[in-house]
Structures are given as C-alpha cells and as structure tokens.
Write a new protein. Structure first.
Length: 391
C-alpha cells in the first residue's frame, strides 16, 4: 500500500471536511462583515449541503468514464476555484455561488477517493485505507474548525479560503504525480451498473446509513444545549468537550478501519451501530453525573467514527464495479438523514420542552439502522456476496 498516496487522499478529505464545517464557526464574523443577519449567513451552510447532496450523484454519472486520477485532480481544481471565488467575494450572492462550487467539488472528491481505494490497496487493507480517508474528516472536526476560527481572528475569514485554495492545489499536484492510472467505468455500461440498486443487500446498507445519520444529527445538532442544560457546562467547557470528541473521532476512525480488515466490514458495521444504540440508551440514565454522561457521549462518538469506514468499506465490497454509483447515491441519503434527524430533534424538543430525551430518540433511530445492517449481512450471505472479492 502506497502510504504517501493514502495520506494525500486523506488530506484532501480533511480539506473537504474543513470547508464544510468551518463556516458554522465563523457565521457571525461573515454576517458582520457582509452586513447580513446570522440566519441569512446560515444559508451558506445550506447551499453547500444541497450542492453536495444533489450535485454529487449527477457529476459522478457524468464523469464515470473518466480516469480516476483525472476526476480527483479535477475535483480539487474545482474546489480551489470555489475557494478562490469565496476569497474574492464582495457580496452574499457571490459567496453563495462559491459554496455551491465547493460543495460539488468536495462531494465529487469524497466519492471518487473512497471508491478508488479498492483498486489501490490489497483486499486485506481496504478497511485501514478507508479509515485513513475517514480520519481526514475526523481531523476536520477536531482541528480544521479551530484552525479556521484562528485564521479568521488573525487575518480574516477570507484568509481561510485562500489557505484552502492553496492546499487543495498542492494536493492536486501530489495526486497527479502519485496516483496510478485507474480506468473509469467504461467497461461496465451505466444501465448495468444501475441494476445494483435493485440489490436488497445494497438497499439495506444504504438504509442503515440513512438511520445512522439521522441518529448522529439528533445528537450533534443539540449536543451543545444538552451539555449546557443537563450538565450545566459553560460555553468554554462545551468548546473543550467538542475538541475532545473530535480527537476521539480520530481514534474511532483508525479503530474502525483496522476492525474492518480484521473482522470484516459487515461485522464491524453491526458492532459499531449496536455500540451507538447502547451508549445513547444509557446516556439519559446517567444525567445526574457529568462524568457518567460524558463517558457515554465519548463512547458514542467513538462508535460514530468507527461506523464510517465500516459502512463505506461494506458498500464498496458489495457494489463492485458500481461503487461510484452506490457511494454517489449514499451521499444525498446521508444528508437527507442529517436533515431528518435535526427536524425530529426539534419536534421532540418542542414537545418535551427539554433535550434530555434526545439520546433515546437517537438510540431508537440507530437501532433501526442496526436491523437494516443485520438484514443486509444475512442477505449477502444467502446470495453468496459476503465473501465476494473486490473487483
């Protein structure tokens, strides 16, 4: 396994994750600079998410015949272009356009980087390699956002996008030199690839992703209010806890990738989702003590990031030549789950006038994901796909 190449791919994931997350941390700064309301500035996040979710499967289908190196390098150039537009933007409309370009570039990069793993590493190392890509996104949560906020305070919020543009171009140059020539999907017609979506194993796996992301959103959207109202943690303490959870995510990504190689993607997926069910179910019961509640939240966060490489490796293994198509479809499904989770969490908060019960809602939601994952594994074994080698 070319470790330098995998690290470069993970660095690209770090940049994509940072571009998505950092805006949330500097919304007030952008709003004040452009004379906007915070609510209107928040649409920058919405524009990115919609472009990521809607644009990714369309661009994946359009570029399916292109060599994987060309698509990866092109996505990073598109990403750099979007960052440059944000740097030079003087109004809200231009900034919205830059977020759309960034969302499409990041979505294209994320899917192709993950789907290329199966052709870059031996079958026994797919989990570790996917875990490295997931590690890039974990680092974005732990380090990308704090670094971005620091750059905004030291220079300006536009400086963040200048840095993203330069770094993405450097990664593009590195991948152009390191990435081997991997053919696109021209050997398998698109219509034939699309038939994989009839496969109940794939559909159940995507269903597990949907309910898993719903559970994540229920908790993460309301985690700060939960810590502040249930455990009376101050604003500074919330920041420290969020940083610690990001670091736990780094460990979880590595552990999940190694677990896939050792125990198999299907088993690791079920285990990580089941761990989420248990930890979230116990969290409200330990609300009387900060230590006990934090212990469950920390374990839950570890399970969240363990599930990411397991889920991606599972879908890659089961979809074969149609990995781009399946991962491209899984992207909007995950974003749909995030939206549904945030909405359902809001309904529960209004109905109960507290966020205490959100972990139970998250536990029930991810339990549905466990059921889907178990069924998918069983169906894969019945269809003789569980031991199918990666194409």
């Amino acid at each position: 396994m070319n470790r330098t190449l995998i690290i470069m791919l993970a660095l690209g994931g770090f940049l994509a994750g940072s571009a998505e997350l950092v805006v949330s941390g500097i919304l007030q700064v952008i709003a004040a600079d452009l004379n906007l309301s915070v609510a209107l500035a928040g649409q920058l996040v919405t524009a990115y998410s919609i472009a990521f979710a809607v644009g990714t499967p369309l661009i994946i289908a359009f570029t399916r015949k292109r060599a994987r190196k060309d698509v990866l390098v092109g996505s990073l150039i598109l990403f750099a272009l979007g960052s440059a537009v944000a740097f030079f933007s003087t109004g809200f409309e231009v900034l919205i356009f830059s977020r759309i370009v960034l969302g499409i570039g990041a979505g294209l990069y994320s899917v192709v980087a993950l789907s290329s793993i199966a052709k870059l590493v031996p079958p026994g190392k797919i989990g570790s390699a996917v875990g490295m890509i997931a590690l890039g996104f974990s680092l974005a949560m732990a380090l990308g956002v704090p670094i971005g906020v620091a750059v905004a305070e030291w220079w300006s919020w536009r400086g963040i996008f200048a840095l993203l543009a330069v770094l993405s171009l450097l990664v593009a140059v590195a991948l152009a030199k390191l990435m081997p020539n991997i053919a696109g999907g021209s050997s398998v017609p698109f219509v034939q690839q699309a038939r994989v979506l009839r496969n109940p194993v794939i559909l159940a796996g995507i269903g597990a992703a949907l309910f898993n992301s719903m559970s994540h959103s229920v908790i993460l959207t309301y985690l700060a209010p939960y810590l502040q109202t249930i455990y009376e943690v101050g604003t500074g303490g919330v920041g420290v806890i969020m940083l610690a959870l990001g670091l736990i995510g780094i460990f979880g990504s590595r552990l999940g990738g190694s677990g896939v190689d050792r125990f198999g993607a299907g088993r690791m997926l079920v285990f990580s989702l089941a761990a989420g069910v248990i930890t979230l179910a116990l969290t409200p019961l330990l609300s009387a003590t900060l230590a006990g509640g934090l212990a469950m939240i920390i374990l839950w966060m570890g399970s969240v990031f363990m599930s990411a490489p397991a889920l991606n490796a599972y879908l890659i293994r089961q979809s074969g030549d149609a990995a781009d198509l399946v991962l491209g479809l899984n992207t909007p499904i995950i974003h749909l789950g995030l939206a549904l989770g945030a909405a359902s969490g809001g309904v529960l908060s209004e109905a109960s006038e507290t966020v205490l019960y959100h972990p139970w809602l998250g536990s029930v939601t991810v339990a549905v994901g466990v059921a889907a994952a178990v069924w998918s594994n069983s169906a894969a074994r019945r269809r003789g796909q569980a031991a199918k080698p990666v194409a």
